[in-house]
Write a protein that binds this ligand. Structure first.
Ligand code: FES
Length: 107
């Protein structure tokens, strides 16, 4: 497993982006849960954020793609609005252990 950061670095309602050996991903912390997604919009396959660590809409209710405004549910990555409606962000495996967050690569 690959170390991401301390859990305290992603407070409730915040996000944090990572580039691990060329793989872009981001953590969202919402209602006590941490979620990890690949930082790739299903519409065009580009990174979602408009500024570093800015992945949410103004109300912090959804993940938002900065390019065309697609909105994704935080808890499962499903696109509820935008050009890729019905598609989903790719969820990645996250482990929380001893106050630290880790990415668990497949395989
Ligand atoms: S690239 Fe994300 S909505 Fe178009």
């Amino acid at each position: 497993m690959m170390y991401l950061c301390a859990a305290s670095e992603v407070p409730e309602g915040a996000c944090k982006g990572f580039n691990l050996q060329g793989e872009q991903m981001f953590v969202v912390h919402k209602q006590g849960q941490f979620y990890l997604y690949r930082n790739s919009c299903p519409h065009l396959g580009i990174a979602l954020e408009w500024l570093p660590d800015q992945f949410l809409d103004v109300g912090r209710e959804h993940v938002q793609c900065a390019m065309h405004g697609a909105l994704f549910r935080i808890n499962d990555g499903f696109c509820i609005s935008g050009p890729c409606f019905g598609d989903s962000l790719q969820a990645l495996s996250l482990r929380q252990q001893d106050g630290k967050l880790y990415y668990l690569p497949e395989g």
